[in-house]
Design a protein around this ligand. Structure first.
Ligand SMILES: C[S@@+](CC[C@H](N)C(=O)[O-])C[C@H]1O[C@@H](n2cnc3c(N)ncnc32)[C@H](O)[C@@H]1O
Length: 239
């Protein structure tokens, strides 16, 4: 397990929800995917349950894996408040070696979590681990991004108040394809790295993991990917 990242998300667990409060566009998409699969769903890097709890509210059982105990505590509280704790099974662990013996029709990795992995080798480990949890014919759905020059230009090196009292700073290293992202609230803060790839590179990793890319969307309304910042991958394990 990566103690390094666990410690980082532990450090922002109480500001994570207010920080990401405006990120809502993906929730319905993942709920639709969960309903179409029939469940159960494994969500890798489940965080505070931002997606997992709405999936459970739709009646689908979720196994959520995360390496941050504090983020999982947030997810537990959210599931309890929403009355779906019996449908949300939270497990502490690394998404590259998920503590999951079950085989499921859908594995998800929402909100760019795979970008925390530093290189292609580690990303392939994660995709292969996700693939191994799938029933034959099951799907892996994940989203990632690669920044546009405009986004880099607008945000590089600036502290921006993303939500009231919560500040974010992006330092982009285009050559290394690494975003160093800092977030600060009143009592909590952390800095972590995100490492992006091109769509062609993701496709190669998906194939190396034994999966077939069925769809690549450019947004959560399922419009086709046309080279924008967001990539939403729907991959199938062959029967
Ligand atoms: C951006 S948050 C996403 C949380 C949630 N899926 C969502 O959509 O709001 C990233 C999460 O990935 C977790 N994480 C990062 N690296 C991990 C790893 N190697 N194994 C398990 N969890 C990891 C962090 O602890 C954090 O909760």
């Amino acid at each position: 397990m990566s103690d390094h990242l666990a410690a980082l998300y532990d450090r922002i667990a109480t500001i994570y929800d207010p920080w990401s409060v405006s990120v809502v566009e993906d929730v319905e998409f993942y709920v639709e995917e969960a309903l179409a699969s029939g469940g159960p769903v494994v969500e890798l890097a489940v965080g505070t349950g931002r997606i997992a709890v709405p999936v459970a509210r739709a009646g689908i059982r979720v196994i959520g894996v995360d390496e941050s105990p504090e983020m999982l505590a947030g997810a537990r509280g959210y599931a309890e408040r929403e009355g779906v704790a019996d449908l949300v099974d939270l497990r502490l662990g690394d998404l590259r070696e998920p503590p999951v013996r079950e085989r499921v029709p859908l594995v998800t990795v929402p909100f760019r979590s795979l970008l925390h992995l530093p290189d292609e080798e580690e990303k392939l480990r994660a995709l292969s681990a996700a693939a191994s949890l799938l029933e034959p014919g099951g799907r892996l759905v994940f989203d990632v991004f690669a920044p546009s020059p405009e986004d880099i230009e607008e945000t590089d090196g600036l502290w921006l108040e993303r939500e009231p009292g919560i500040f974010e700073r992006a330092d982009w290293d285009v050559r290394a394809r690494t975003l160093v992202l800092s977030v600060r609230g009143a009592d909590q803060g952390a800095t972590f790295e995100l490492h992006w790839l091109s769509a062609a590179e993701w496709n190669a990793l998906v194939e190396d993991a034994g999966l077939v890319a069925e769809e690549l969307y450019g947004w959560f309304d399922r419009r086709p990917y046309e080279g924008g910042e967001d990539q939403i991958w729907v991959c199938r394990r062959p029967r």
